[in-house]
Design a protein around this ligand. Sequence first.
Ligand code: HEC
Ligand code: HEC
Ligand code: HEC
Ligand code: HEC
Ligand code: HEC
Ligand code: HEC
Ligand code: HEC
Length: 362
Amino acid sequence: MVTFVKKYAVIMFILCFSVTYAYTPDEFNRLLAKVPTHNLPHNNPNGCKTCHGGVAYMGGQEEELCYICHGPKIKSTERLKKAKLKTVEAADVRTDFEKPYRHPVGKTGLHKDKETYPVLDPATSRHAECLDCHDPHYSIPEIPLLAVSGVTIEGKFTNANYGEYEVCFKCHGADANKPYYAKNKVREFSPDNPSFHPVVTTGKNNYLPSLKKGMTHETIISCTSCHGSDTKGAKWVRGVHGSENEYILVLPYTKKEETLTPRYDLCYKCHREDSILGNQSFPYHRQHIEGVKARNWKGTSCSTCHNSHGSVKYPFLIEFNTDYVKNDEVTQKLEFKSEGVFRGSCYLRCHDVDHSPKTYGQ
Ligand code: HEC
Ligand code: HEC
Ligand code: HEC
Ligand code: HEC
Ligand code: HEC
Ligand code: HEC
Ligand code: HEC
């Protein structure tokens, strides 16, 4: 426990971001022995009766039950008064769940107690309820996801997760009922890939001029370093509940072309903007990101060249967004070749310009 807390505190200190936690079975058992938040009378004065009193439990609509404490203000309804249920002010997650980009907890009654993942039948209804990510019988302040089931990086179902990403992999992995555009995150974050953001394990590149102070190639980040609430200041609450930013991102990020004022704040949380736009690695970063007015070239998003999670094919997270990038008309190829430190070639067609190839750093 002590080492765990230390590790937690150190990462917290260095990053000041939300934290990844991957713990061993021993640490897990010690965490399980702690008194769960909702068993402490000052958090939950009614004990089991809060949720199992027959009156308040709204079977299938558990979020309404959670919101009596986890809302913007305590709701003391006639029903609660009649049931003599006391409420306590707790982290307001409801506000985030009312934002435009959010997990669809409002769809009710779809979660079942004994579900397993990944989902194999495409007809299975897709959902995400509080109870898919939290078990209020076990959760503790350090680990709000404690004792929830997950899917490992090997793609196997597990009754209890040993790290946040395992909970996310339940529904964002190989599941047959994902939306058509959604990619398999288990595959994107696989340590076997030539490159990936360091969520499951440390990254493969130890020479990144853009990384901000305090981060090295040994740094581990988490899904919630990038996905979560956009709220600033004292009202911010942890968790990938909802955000004003598309894809439930903590900071604005533009993926689509032809956006009037594109923003890449998310990437600049960890990578220095002056380094990227100063062309310290890829010598044509600035011209691609900002465009070149004199030639009437518009800028393009990081996502046109980089996959924000990982690349199954190339180093540097290179994966071209095929909405905009096509095979070049001379060689018919769509390919990236790294040819040494800050040197490489691209075969592709983008904005009617053939790269067949275009090289950099030579
Ligand atoms: C914060 C709300 C909350 C509190 C407090 C709470 N429960 Fe539950 N409990 C639930 C919900 C919601 C379910 C349904 C779980 C599901 O469908 O996955 C549940 C399910 C259960 C089950 C069925 C098996 C299971 O784990 O799914 C048992 C047994 C149970 N609770 C016992 C208790 C006991 C005993 C207490 C008091 C020590 C308690 N609960 C306190 C919300 C709560
Ligand atoms: C009677 C009030 C009450 C109800 C009802 C309630 N909670 Fe909580 N919950 C608390 C308090 C108090 C805390 C700790 C302080 C805070 O989060 O602000 C807490 C903390 C949490 C945390 C953070 C991790 C932790 O364990 O400290 C999670 C996750 C959570 N609750 C989930 C739920 C879910 C899911 C439900 C509905 C099934 C629910 N709660 C219902 C009072 C409540
Ligand atoms: C029980 C299933 C479930 C779990 C667990 C889950 N999600 Fe989701 N997630 C969904 C559903 C359903 C949506 C709505 C869009 C869809 O169907 O993919 C969604 C949407 C998202 C989106 C927005 C995607 C978009 O298309 O705009 C992000 C980002 C996301 N989830 C991240 C996470 C992260 C990070 C975790 C782990 C902390 C997680 N999810 C855990 C079911 C889940
Ligand atoms: C370094 C930041 C970063 C990290 C870490 C990250 N994401 Fe994302 N994610 C993004 C961005 C940016 C987008 C949207 C733009 C895009 O697709 O390029 C996105 C899109 C998504 C989407 C919607 C698109 C799709 O393919 O379904 C889901 C779901 C998602 N992420 C889940 C996760 C999960 C689960 C994790 C952890 C295992 C994770 N993300 C870690 C930045 C991140
Ligand atoms: C929470 C911090 C964080 C955020 C946000 C973030 N990154 Fe990273 N990124 C890292 C870390 C840490 C590494 C180092 C991984 C390594 O050493 O291989 C990295 C590595 C990279 C690499 C090089 C990977 C390799 O193997 O060569 C690229 C490219 C990259 N990030 C692009 C992006 C883009 C694009 C965004 C915005 C969508 C972004 N990053 C957002 C932390 C972050
Ligand atoms: C898709 C997964 C997912 C769903 C669905 C979800 N949560 Fe969370 N929640 C998280 C994650 C991830 C965290 C943060 C974990 C961390 O930072 O360590 C979190 C954190 C929390 C916290 C702690 C907030 C704080 O700052 O102390 C509370 C309380 C909470 N969730 C309640 C709820 C309630 C209530 C619901 C349903 C209305 C819900 N969550 C639905 C993933 C989810
Ligand atoms: C036109 C394609 C393209 C676009 C657009 C692009 N990049 Fe890159 N980026 C590359 C290439 C190619 C490399 C690899 C350079 C090398 O050979 O090391 C790279 C390398 C990187 C690296 C790793 C080296 C370093 O500088 O630390 C980071 C981080 C990165 N890019 C971030 C970004 C961000 C953030 C954006 C958007 C604001 C972006 N890139 C937009 C092509 C692109």
